[in-house]
Design a protein around this ligand. Structure first.
Ligand code: ZN
Length: 270
């Protein structure tokens, strides 16, 4: 199928192509990834995603797509009296600050929302770039909580899997253009005041992330096509596993709050 702005996030495209977010879903919980694909599970779109999309539209959308976005999300963005909600106003103010940063705007100056497809380990893959300059860079815009990682031991970009995104985007662009381009993040945070930053992810980190992609993608594709079973992660923080779990036995109360893997580890049956 030919991918367009209209069908890119549709169910047919998700079945035909792997994407970074789908890969990350499989990495987290194969059962959840499959339920999403089969439209049996759709996590509620939180305000984080709404605000992220709004910032994307303001900085990389056209007047037409921005107007459409506002129209479709008016009730969530604006109060009845027409004033923006506090977090929406903050996002708008932050975008104004980004517009005054020449380097940030430089990396947003390519073609916007560019779709490409390729293959990784033989698996069809799709990407959509926020800003793409075929001679110079790939840029992704992030409106996120903080520049700091929630986990002391994992760098922020790795924690959120943005290194996986950089690796897949760089590879698919390489397959389409023959160029291995540097990958930049234009970041604005939701803190007060918002931190702004331009980050370049090192090739070392990209290559390391690509190893993770290559080591897993064929297995994920086999789960996708039904050749392999989709395991449940049973992680304490997995919304899908938590809400679909059937309790089959009593567990030692010391094991409350542990993931299935931790419990198996404690019992010694891995
Ligand atoms: Zn799970």
């Amino acid at each position: 199928m030919k991918l367009t702005q209209r069908n890119y996030y549709g169910p047919k495209a998700s079945k035909e192509y792997m994407s970074v977010s789908q890969f990350k879903d499989f990495l987290k919980c194969p059962a959840m990834a499959m339920a999403k694909l089969n439209r049996k599970y759709a996590p509620e779109r939180g305000r984080a995603l709404l605000l992220g999309s709004y910032v994307d539209e303001m900085l990389t959308g056209t007047k037409k797509t921005l107007d459409k976005f506002i129209e479709e999300n008016r009730a969530e963005l604006f109060k009845k009296n027409g004033d923006p909600y506090a977090d929406v106003e903050q996002a708008e103010d932050t975008v104004e600050r980004v517009r005054k940063q020449p380097l940030m705007m430089h990396y947003l100056g390519g073609k916007h929302q560019v779709i490409m497809t390729g293959e990784i380990e033989g698996v069809p893959f799709k990407i959509k770039m926020d800003s793409f300059d075929p001679k110079e860079y790939i840029t992704d815009l992030k409106y996120m909580a903080s520049l700091r990682s929630p986990n002391l031991f994992t760098p922020m970009v790795e924690y959120w899997g943005y290194d996986l995104q950089a690796a897949c985007y760089q590879e698919v662009v390489y397959q389409n253009t023959g160029k291995r381009l540097p990958f930049y993040f234009d970041v604005a945070t939701k803190e007060k005041p918002a931190h702004l930053a331009v980050g370049q992810i090192s090739q070392w980190n990209i290559d390391k992330a690509m190893e993770t992609v290559r080591a897993n993608i064929v297995r994920f594709q086999k789960i996708k096509t039904g050749e392999l079973e989709a395991d449940r992660c049973e992680d304490y923080n997995c919304e899908f596993c938590t809400t679909t779990k059937i309790i089959t036995e009593a567990i030692d109360t010391d094991m409350f709050g542990m993931s299935a893997a931790q419990i198996r580890g404690m019992r010694g049956d891995i």
